[in-house]
Write a protein that binds this ligand. Structure first.
Ligand code: NDP
Ligand code: 2IT
Length: 450
């Protein structure tokens, strides 16, 4: 049976590659997740019998559509829109929308696949989905962004709903975009249906602490992982990549807990500030003014700016927290990080480490907090937003933050226990995959072959 299961898993991976050529990011996550599940499949022959893996890697449906819009000069542009509804075994599809020129079907499928396990880990009733567009929001006026969002929703509205599929933000989609998307949905449907989107403004059904949730959750998880190893965040030097929503609130919570963050980046370059990052200044530049991180070094004398963002991984730190995008840490950067004496890597962004980098960190005994678990605080708080919308009431910041913290502690426990039970020691990546998988797989067995 042992050899057999390994062969079955390898065959599913091969089939995914053959059926979905050129979808490299999707292949990467399928390979990473499925390989780690072998001991679970050996213990539960039902998962093989019911073809859970073959069913999991094929999305329930994938929607691709044209998004026409007009810029301020009257020129017409056509972008491509996506929504991949991956798996609804445990609840309505849930996952963000990404607006970035690099978006294609492979990127959306890798994000949607990861989302299935992440959402399961939260313990809340949400399935996995993801969407977005190859639209580039950089340099666009507010009105252009609004026109794009309205056109995007003019197609998307027919596929979503509070009990069907609930999108939210991701790269390039924040509160502003969610507002425009919601406005158009409401106009077309003539229904307020607040639970159709999360990450809304507080004035129309948004939840307190959703903006902070992913970043705060990253730190809550990393704190638990360090605690388990007899360590903590106090006086640790930290590097955080990115300077968007996840990065900013990761830095804020890390500083609150006594750590010193010395470097951050955007897609152009990185800043090093030996005095420690002034996170309010970053927030002002990136969130409010929507400018480049280079500005920080112009306004803060202790900071230096370096062109190119890969160099951020050469900055010496006790802990590194990638919070920008996928595959930002390759094997070459992983080697430098290990050489620098880093004790822990916490994945804030989705799939920030290549599979080679992950393998290297684990071999070298670096503690790795895997994205599916570590950044799950964002979607968990989205699910809390949905709960508040259904009840038509709102919790205080403290109430939501407390629930978020409990959820993150629980996710750590599930991850740790699953890793131990299946012989993976402190390989929390395998632990998160297994704990997330079992709930979804059991639901798929119970619901029959659909
Ligand atoms: P934002 O758009 O707010 O910020 C993204 C940041 O990453 C920006 O600083 C951006 O730089 C940088 N970045 C984006 N693409 C690249 C790239 N190709 N190379 C280098 N830097 C890049 O997005 P979020 O903070 O919301 O998302 C960051 C990551 O966290 C993503 O992987 C996302 O999937 C993940 N995530 C987000 C959650 C959320 O709730 N928002 C929840 C869980 C995970 P620039 O300004 O130059 O574009
Ligand atoms: O990757 C993610 O988990 C998100 N972008 C958040 C999704 C959500 O529905 O809040």
């Amino acid at each position: 049976m042992k050899q057999n299961v390994k062969q079955i898993v390898e065959q599913v991976i091969e089939d995914v590659k053959a059926k979905n050529p050129l979808q490299e990011e999707f292949h990467q996550t399928v390979e990473e997740v499925l390989t780690s599940l072998i001991p679970v499949l050996e213990k539960n022959p039902n998962y093989i019998k019911y073809k859970i893996l073959d069913r999991l890697v094929e999305p329930d449906r994938q929607i691709m559509f044209r998004v026409p819009w007009t810029d301020d000069k009257g020129e017409i542009h056509i972008n491509r829109g996506f929504r991949v509804q991956f798996n609804s075994a445990i609840g309505p599809y849930k996952g963000g929308l990404r607006f970035h020129p690099s978006v294609n079907l492979s990127i959306i499928k890798f994000l949607g696949f990861e989302q299935i396990f992440k959402n399961s880990l939260t313990g809340l009733p949400i399935g996995g989905g993801k969407g977005g567009s190859d639209f580039n929001p950089k340099g666009k006026s507010d009105i252009e962004i609004m026109r794009f969002c309205q056109s995007f929703m003019t197609e998307l509205y027919r596929h979503i709903g509070p009990d069907v599929d609930v999108p939210a933000g991701d790269i390039g989609v924040g509160g502003r975009e969610i507002g425009y998307l919601y406005g158009q949905y409401k106009k077309i449907r003539n229904s307020t249906d607040q639970g159709v989107l999360t990450g809304k403004d507080l004035t129309f059904g948004g939840s307190l602490a959703r903006i902070q949730a992913t970043g705060y959750g990253v730190i809550y998880f990393v704190e638990e992982m360090l605690k388990e190893a007899g360590k903590d965040l106090k006086d640790k030097t930290i590097v955080v990549s990115g300077s968007g929503n996840v990065a900013i609130y990761t830095v804020k919570k890390a500083q609150e807990l006594g750590a010193k963050v010395v470097a951050m980046c955007d897609s152009d370059g990185y800043i090093f500030d030996e005095e420690g990052i002034d996170v309010e200044l970053i927030r002002q530049i990136k969130e409010v003014e929507r400018k480049r991180i280079k500005e920080y070094a112009m306004r803060k004398p202790s900071a230096k700016y370096f062109e190119g963002n890969k160099g951020i991984w050469t900055v010496k730190a006790d802990i590194v927290l990638p919070c920008a995008t996928q595959n930002e840490i390759d094997l070459e950067s992983a080697k430098i990080i290990v050489e620098n004496g880093t004790i822990a890597v916490g994945e804030g962004s989705n799939m920030p480490c290549t599979n080679e980098a992950i393998k290297y960190f684990l071999e070298k005994g670096v503690l790795l907090a895997p994205a599916k678990a570590t950044n799950a605080g964002g979607v968990a708080t989205s699910a809390l937003e949905m709960a508040q919308n259904s009840m038509r009431l709102s919790w205080t910041f403290e109430e939501v933050d407390e629930k978020l913290k409990d959820i993150m502690i629980n996710i750590f426990k599930k991850t740790r226990d699953a890793a131990k039970e299946y012989g993976y020691g402190t390989n929390y990546l395998a632990g998160a995959n297994i704990a997330g998988f079992i709930k979804v797989a059991d639901a798929m067995v119970a619901e029959g072959i659909v």
